[in-house]
Design a protein around this ligand. Sequence first.
Ligand code: TSB
Ligand code: ZN
Length: 583
Amino acid sequence: MQNIKENEYLSKLNHSCAHLLAQAVKHLYPNACFWVGPVIEEGFYYDMDLGSESLTEEDLERISKEMKKISKDGKRIVREEITKDEALKKFQNDPYKIDLIESFPEGEVISCYTQGDFTDLCRGPHVESVKECKYFKLLKFSGSYYKGDSNEKVLQRVYGVCFPTEEELDDYLKELEERKQRDHRKIGKEQELFMNHELVGAGMPLWLPNGAIIRKELENYIYEKEQKLGYLHVYTPCVGTVNLYKTSGHWEHYQENMFPMMKVDDEEFVLRPMNCPHHMLIYKNKLHSYRDLPIRIGEFATDFRYEASGSVKGLERVRCMCQNDAHLFVTPEQIKEEFQKVVQLILDVYKDFGIKNYKFRLSLRDKEDKEKYFDDDEMWDNAENKLREVLNELNIDYYEAIGEAAFYGPKLDVEVKPAIGPEVTLSTCQLDFLLPRRFDLTYVDKDGEKKVPVVLHRAIFGTFDRFTAFIIEELKGVFPLWLSPTQINVIPVNNLYHLDYAKSVVSMLQNEKFRVELDDRNEKLSYKMRESVVKKNPITIILGQKEVDEKNISYRLYGSDETHTVSTEEFLEYLKERMEKKN
Ligand code: TSB
Ligand code: ZN
């Protein structure tokens, strides 16, 4: 899917279609008032106040029909420039537009666009005539707060998309359907990977047994890799005192992302949003010489972050998450090599999972934003230049984004695209000159002088939550053997004659630590085989008289109708090979 905002004509077309939507709504709901109707990556939306009316699917149909009628009529879209006073007069019946107009600086020329009986305040540009907005689809509607503020009124937001040709619209709708099919929330429910419950709370998913198997395997996988790279894993509490987070600077710069403070006896605690402070204290627990560095402290650490209730999404954006976190304490001379190793680890992991579509983003501070970012221009310039230098030396292809840095330093983020919704950050590697200073960390250098180490914060999976969401979608719910909750499904052809042998095969495989299921229901063989495919079991074993007599195993692989018959030893050998080759 191309980004509509990045294509000039598509952008204009969708913007005009948003006006067309508003015009049709105005015909059907004469008292409707409108807030904003921008173009987004996948089309457009318009926020509107329909009084006490709330929309239904049928309403969308009706609105859509009206839009078609207006489009057919083919009125031209005409631009007009007016003064602020004229604008205030023109839109006097629409409090939302008045609010907008009042926010414009004095003396600014205001433009509006008219098509037939409808005029909208708008910067433009637009297509020439509503006729061009012929191939559109209203996709969905939702509630949205006026100005995005939860204390304000709830408006109705209608989403749509428009293309120049019917074919492009059809292609998009087909692709959208395909993406909905692999949405991790849908697959998560079908395969019983995770659930949510309002009594636990929004953004607090519960991992079900099948999901927990995947998570455990991911933990083992990355733990083994990190161990080989010299990481030392720790366990630390998922709370800290307010003072800990005051020391780190989170309290000052990150509080809006945190759960509120709670008092226990005389102490003030917070649920931690990050683990860096805990790891800093672990570093500080001992004296260090330059010979000890790098020290790499890793943890699968639970964090809590305040995310807006409207933005939480399955496992992808949660309020309780588990980071695959580590903090690397290094000397300035070691930054480049350690950074390179982290990038290499990210690339290795992506290769194992077949992740090919990703972008590196160099996330920098916003110099103007003194609230979000620690105020020390020299430190920031130094960190950003150093990171840029490292990335250039490592020949990494990246783009820069202002205002995306952590409050303590710039980051190299890896962005991926979920099935539905905007891009998210998966892996991250961050360069920090600040926190070691705030925690008074030191090491004794070659010359006997005490120096301050530099910290690299890094998370390869990001969080287990987000990574799992992503691979569910990437793999469309078809997990490789090593990750699959059920690895092998065993079906006896006839329970009367073949069940005993089937049971012996199951226990043999369980002894070899495979996750095996036995389907001994009194159902038809063809039915059970079909169901095994629906459940996306990587391997289905079918055992009949021939297998019983010859002590063989016949199996089918997911996605193939071919049956292979082998001895038990050969089968185990085959399994071993597939388990080792992660991808
Ligand atoms: C890497 N202190 C660093 C750490 O040492 C840190 O917390 N970085 S972070 O803020 O970028 O978070 C790490 C990763 O967590 C992100 O790259 C992202 O993949 C993941 N993440 C962030 N917010 C959420 C969320 N709400 N739900 C799921 N995963 C999230
Ligand atoms: Zn950190």
